[in-house]
Design a protein around this ligand. Structure first.
Ligand code: KIV
Length: 274
């Protein structure tokens, strides 16, 4: 798909503005996590538009039980590797747990991730007290992606991984948080494990692009953890993910199939109401 004749890939690097334009035009945005230069190059060539250097690297690369142990230095190291490997894709990096608890600390951490890691956007989890932090980062010229729904950095507080927004009260809070993050200056929202109808409502209620994971097919784009969709992850596999390697001869073919399916609105499949 990425290199076919009808939809040639422009070699122009993608920017923050590319994704607002895609939302406006109803074109789905493709995103996968990436942690090194080789995969970054392959994903980029296969048509992935956003490479997320996620703190899932703690789990899938380092073998940790959660994302919490990941350090700022580790995110910077992996982001630099990813940036070296990509040509066109936009690179977003996670702010690790404990690295953005005050505006000053958040600005220090994010500046390092942009200066030393060369990321183009940082992602942080939550709203509430984070709104002030988003405002400070944006004021310093640092683009921010907000992350709402399931917050893996709060796993000890949540007690487990589950779908969010199922009750009226939690749906109201998540929708309000999405709007407040946009107002605070976030340029993108990652919606993790949010009930699909609510994720669709959020996507229609904000002007910034939403990227979903386990949040249904009506988000502006989709992201998966690379190792889950390549079926490399050992142990627990999230039910919303899919093994794109099944029946494919190479990693490039698997990633191209993901790009085709996301662009066509076929992944994730729409749930039929019984
Ligand atoms: O850290 C990460 O990889 C994420 C996933 C939810 C995509 O944020």
């Amino acid at each position: 798909m990425a290199k076919n004749k009808t939809t040639p890939l422009s070699s122009k690097p993608l920017t923050i503005n590319s994704f607002s334009a895609m939302k406006g035009e109803g074109e789905k945005i493709t995103c996968l996590t990436a942690y090194d230069a080789s995969f970054a190059g392959l994903l980029d060539e296969s048509g992935i538009e956003i490479l997320l250097v996620g703190d899932t690297l703690g789990m899938v690369v380092q073998g940790q039980a959660s994302t919490l142990p990941v350090t700022v230095d580790e995110i910077i190291y992996h982001t630099r590797c990813v940036v070296r490997g990509r040509q066109r894709a936009f690179v977003m990096a996670d702010l690790p747990f404990g690295s953005y608890s005050t505006p000053t600390l958040a600005i220090q951490t994010s500046s390092r991730i942009l200066k030393e890691g060369c990321a183009e956007m940082v992602k942080l989890e939550g709203a509430g007290s984070r709104l002030e932090i988003v405002r400070h980062l944006v004021d310093q010229g640092i683009p921010v992606c907000g992350h709402i729904g399931l917050l893996p950095q709060s796993i000890n507080q949540l007690g487990g991984y589950f779908l969010h927004g199922k009750t009226d009260e939690s749906a109201r809070t998540i929708l309000a948080d999405a709007k407040l993050l946009e107002e605070a200056g976030a340029s993108m929202l990652l919606l993790e494990c949010i009930e699909s109808g609510l994720a669709a409502e959020i996507t229609g209620s904000v002007t910034i692009p939403t990227i979903g994971i386990g949040s249904g097919c009506d988000c502006d784009g989709q992201v998966l953890v690379l190792y889950d969709m390549l079926d490399i992850t050992l142990g627990f596999k999230p039910s919303f993910s899919k093994n794109f390697m099944a029946g494919k001869g190479s990693v490039s073919e698997a990633v191209e199939a993901y790009v085709v399916d996301v662009k066509a609105g076929r992944f994730p499949p729409r749930k039929v109401k019984k």
